[in-house]
Ligand binder design. Structure first.
Ligand SMILES: [Zn+2]
Length: 204
């Protein structure tokens, strides 16, 4: 059924073969996003990011996929908002429970998946940071992206490359480094939990 096209800024090419806008950002794996995306989320007012219908069809619960139209949809990244997708005309919305995956950028609790193509999360970044004091994950993902191995448009709820999300998470780790892990079973004098009495799981 043909649906009248709405003149919203957050619109994407209606046909899958249409040329994407030549502005916005791209990491070589995803179609560049149009620079103008100014449709506010109907629930929280956060500016939505354009997302293609094929992303919704890939990640919504199977019984909802047929409801997705060839229309302009937006993604709400606000962690405090339960709404994930909304149609630019406001006539259709999908919440977290409507997806088959957790939306890591909207979660405050573990697990928070960030890279859906190669299986990296806020937790794996943190674990690597604690173990090595740096991140090789970002470079590894960049190499995979460069090799054309990612499929962000059908794996990532935002429909876009995860490199920005990974970089943001790493900056947050650098700005607020997690405490060193407690070494269990070692000399109590060296153990933070025993020194402070604050370690409920202490096995010293
Ligand atoms: Zn929202």
């Amino acid at each position: 059924m043909a649906i009248e096209k709405q003149p919203y800024a957050c619109s994407l090419p209606a046909s899958p073969g249409a040329e994407p806008a030549q502005e916005g950002t791209s990491h070589g794996c995803c179609a560049p996003r149009p620079a103008a995306s100014t449709i506010p989320c109907p629930d929280c007012g956060t500016e939505g990011k354009p997302v293609q219908p094929l992303t919704l069809r890939a990640l919504l619960q199977p019984n909802l996929r047929a409801d997705v139209k060839e229309e302009a949809y937006c993604f709400c990244a606000n962690p405090d908002c339960d709404l994930v997708y909304f149609r630019a005309d406001g006539a259709q919305t999908f919440a977290r429970a409507d997806l088959t995956v957790r939306v890591g950028v909207k979660e405050r609790n573990s697990p928070r998946p960030l890279c859906y193509c190669f299986g990296h999360s806020a937790e794996s970044l943190r674990e690597e940071w604690l173990r090595t004091g740096k991140s090789a994950i970002l470079d590894a993902v960049k190499a995979e992206v460069k090799a054309g191995h990612c499929r962000c448009d059908v794996t990532n709820p935002s429909g876009a490359c995860c490199l920005g999300d990974l970089t943001r998470e790493l900056k947050a780790l650098a700005a607020n480094p997690p405490p060193a892990p407690i070494l269990q079973g070692n000399n109590p004098a060296d153990s933070t939990c025993c020194r402070t009495g604050e370690g409920p799981g202490c096995a010293c």
